[in-house]
Design a protein around this ligand. Structure first.
Ligand SMILES: *Cc1c(COP(=O)(O)O)cnc(C)c1O
Length: 432
């Protein structure tokens, strides 16, 4: 807050397509999709109209004991689009709550399964993972910057090594590290197969870890090992879902069918707080029984399945198809790779990580020794400020500069934001 108060960050008053506009009328290209959630741009007529139309009926009514047409219609649309096997939808209002619901469903489902319940309360997760800021989500996450403060409040989770990284441990190359990670996965899951309720993973890309891209095949391997041992797989697609990796959902790329799927961020097109946890029939059925049997999932948020949010989400999914948004993502992914290629030989760029339109650029003081910049320089932040002066909003994660354009951003704007990024990295690192 101290640094923030000194720098007079823009106060955003309005938006227009893929730009946000501050109270002084300055326009900025939205290079972070308003924190990874905006999909089709701002003030999109079809989404605005869907929300207004819903507003003319009702803004919100509870889903606790009642239903609503937009929540029903959206549930059907989601089930038709997610990987096969996921047939039931539980709504909440943020990525973190979608994860909390998944964790609790996993534990309770094991307790109530046919043929005698099992008390499984342990989770496995991938090192460096991020699943939200509520305590259950923090317990299964491990981004030091976010998590070190709350250690005493968290439940224990088994952390598996992350199969990607810029600075691999001594003696490893990418292939040997992947083999090590897969062997650890196998070993740990086998060892704890009677205690583990579920394994949670961000499929393909660990976003908040600094856009860590998993090697091909790792997700499939995780599915194969968890299935073999009867351990549920929770796919947290809060960041990667809704097109960002080039398919509507990242799991599709390795033909993986998780038992639970967490959706948030882009679900409403980036308009309103909405999230969903999807599960299989097999899990759902473990919660059925006469009310007195007490098999209910006691979990509900006041604004769960908010009607305005669901209306926006329905309109957003329709636009995906109408505007061929996934094709745009794949074209832009190629474009970005080409536009950022000059950074491959930049003296202060250690690594460029990209999957689809999720990009992380790791800044270093010395490319050959992989030496970090001193943290007090806040080099990632300096790049952000340089970009801001040039009319683009970018956000760093430490010294990883991230570029997360909206899936529907037109190519000419994507090119402009890439050029701005190149200039900003040059300017910020020139004096270093
Ligand atoms: C952002 C994020 C969350 C948390 O979502 P919120 O809406 O901020 O609670 C969970 N998981 C992943 C992978 C995320 O990127």
């Amino acid at each position: 807050m101290q640094a923030y108060r000194e720098e007079e960050a823009p106060i955003i008053e309005s938006g227009d397509g893929f730009e946000v506009i501050d109270v002084a009328g300055r326009r900025y290209l939205d290079g972070t999709s308003s924190l990874w959630c905006n999909v089709h741009g701002h003030r999109v007529p079809a989404i605005d109209e869907a929300i207004r139309d819903q507003l003319n009926r009702i803004g919100h009514s509870t889903l606790l004991g009642l239903g609503s047409p937009p929540s029903i219609e959206l549930a059907r649309m989601l089930v038709e689009r997610v990987p096969p096997g996921l047939t039931k939808v539980f709504y909440s209002d943020s990525g973190a709550t979608a994860v909390e619901a998944a964790l609790k469903i996993a534990v309770q489902s094991h307790r109530q399964k046919p043929g005698g319940g099992e008390d499984r309360t342990l989770f496995a997760a991938i090192g460096g993972g991020y699943h939200g800021d509520t305590l259950g989500a923090v317990s299964v996450g491990r981004v030091e910057r976010f998590h070190s403060m709350y250690g005493g409040l968290l439940f224990p989770t088994i952390m598996l090594p992350c199969p990607s990284g810029y600075r691999l441990p001594e003696g490893h190359d990418a292939a040997s590290w992947l083999a090590h990670c897969e062997a650890e996965l196998e070993r740990v899951v086998t060892e704890h197969r009677h205690e583990l309720a579920a394994l949670i993973i961000e499929p393909l890309v660990q976003g908040a870890a600094g856009i860590q891209v998993h090697p091909p095949g790792y997700l499939r391997k995780v599915r194969e090992v968890t299935r073999r041992h009867g351990i549920l797989l929770i796919a947290d697609e809060v960041a990667v879902g809704f097109g960002r990796t080039g398919t509507l959902f990242a799991c599709e790329q390795e033909q993986v069918e998780p038992d639970l799927l967490c959706l948030g961020k882009g679900i409403s097109g980036g308009y309103l707080p909405l999230a969903a946890t999807l599960c299989t029939d097999a899990i759902f059925e473990n919660f059925l029984g006469p009310p007195e049997a007490g098999r209910t999932f006691y979990h509900g948020h006041t604004y769960t399945g908010n009607a305005l949010g669901c209306a926006a989400a329905i309109a957003s999914l329709q636009l995906f198809e109408r505007n061929h948004v996934l094709e745009n993502v794949n074209a832009n992914a190629v474009l970005i790779e080409r536009e950022l290629a000059p950074l491959l030989s930049h003296p202060h760029v250690g690594q460029i990580r990209q999957r689809g339109i999720l990009i992380g650029i790791e800044l270093v003081q010395d490319r050959s020794t992989q030496l970090y910049f001193p943290s007090k320089l806040r080099m990632g932040h300096q790049v952000t400020l340089a970009a801001r002066r040039r009319g683009a909003i970018i956000r760093p994660i430490g010294d990883v500069v991230t570029l997360i354009p909206a899936p529907a951003m037109p190519g000419d704007l994507v090119r402009r934001v890439c050029q701005t990024l190149l200039e900003s990295i040059d300017e910020a690192t020139r004096s270093a």
